[in-house]
Every structure is written in structure tokens, then in C-alpha cells.
Design a protein around this ligand. Structure first.
Ligand code: DQA
Length: 148
């Protein structure tokens, strides 16, 4: 299975950006951990970051027919972007929303996600582990979310 991890604005600054909220790991550290877990899961991944909303929209569109699942940390665009929501719903590729921090325990403007309703689910608040949990969730989504 193939999973596309898409990362939004300012996540390129992880490691130096508000480490008390986002932790000390860089995005490259996170990618390495996700790649190691993907090997254990037998999954292949793409891992990308952009500060531009348009890039993220294009990557969501391009995932159609290529990715089984999109995992997206849309960062600040989570709280502003109808375009990302429309791209997810237009392409129909199952998407999982993730965040390092617990957006519901932070400022009120972070409580609303424009993409949540078009994603299969949301994982937030587990730091780097949100990415690992999302890969497990992606495997489950691909398998039809069977309850055993
Ligand atoms: C974030 C949470 C967002 O509210 C914020 O704008 C980010 C990072 C997270 O991973 O916790 O940039 O998506």
C-alpha cells in the first residue's frame, strides 16, 4: 500500500519552532521514524512539505489513483482552507487529519478544522507519535476498517 504524508506551512521549522508545543524532533527526524514504521507495515510512503496552500491542493489532486490513503498535517491551513477541504472531497482518496499538538486544548481558533468533516478521522496531541498512529490508521482504512 502507498501512503502520502503531506505537511503544511511552518512544519519545515520543527525542531526550532516552539519546542514546548511541537517537540524537538525535526521534520526529517519524523520522516525517518515514519519510513522505519512503513517498512514494518510493508507500506511505501511519500513524505512532502510545503508552505504553499496551492502545492498542497495539487498534491492532494495528484494522489488520486496513486495513493491508497493521504495523511495530512495541514498545519495552519487546517483552520482556514476551504480549498484543501474541497480537494480532499473532490479526489475521494481517503484522508486522515493529524496534528502534533492537541488542537482542541489550545486557542479557540484552532478548535475548528475545515478538513475534519471530509477526513476519515483525526489524530492529534501525540507529538511525533501522531504520525506513527496515522500510519497504523491508514493500514486499517485500507483494510476496510475491519473490527476483529
Ligand atoms: C499543528 C497545529 C496547528 O494549529 C498549527 O497551526 C500548526 C501545527 C500541529 O501539528 O499541532 O502549524 O498542525
Amino acid at each position: 500500500m502507498n501512503v502520502h504524508f503531506l505537511n503544511g506551512p511552518n512544519l519545515n521549522l520543527l525542531g526550532q519552532r516552539e519546542p514546548e508545543i511541537y517537540g524537538k524532533a525535526t521534520l526529517a527526524d519524523i520522516e525517518k521514524l515514519v519510513r522505519e514504521h512503513a517498512t514494518r507495515c510493508g507500506a511505501s510512503i511519500e513524505f512532502k512539505q510545503s508552505n504553499s496552500e496551492g502545492d498542497l491542493v495539487s498534491w492532494i489532486q495528484q494522489a488520486k489513483g496513486v495513493a491508497d490513503v493521504i495523511v495530512i498535517n495541514a498545519a495552519a491551513y487546517t483552520h482556514t482552507s476551504v480549498a484543501l477541504r474541497d480537494a480532499i472531497s473532490a479526489t475521494g482518496v481517503p484522508a486522515i487529519e493529524i496534528h502534533l499538538s492537541n488542537i482542541h486544548a489550545r486557542e479557540e481558533f484552532r478548535h475548528h478544522s475545515f478538513i475534519a468533516a471530509v477526513c476519515r478521522g483525526q489524530i492529534c496531541g501525540f507529538g511525533v507519535n501522531s504520525y506513527i498512529l496515522a500510519l497504523d490508521a491508514a493500514v486499517s482504512v485500507k483494510g476496510g476498517n475491519k473490527v476483529v
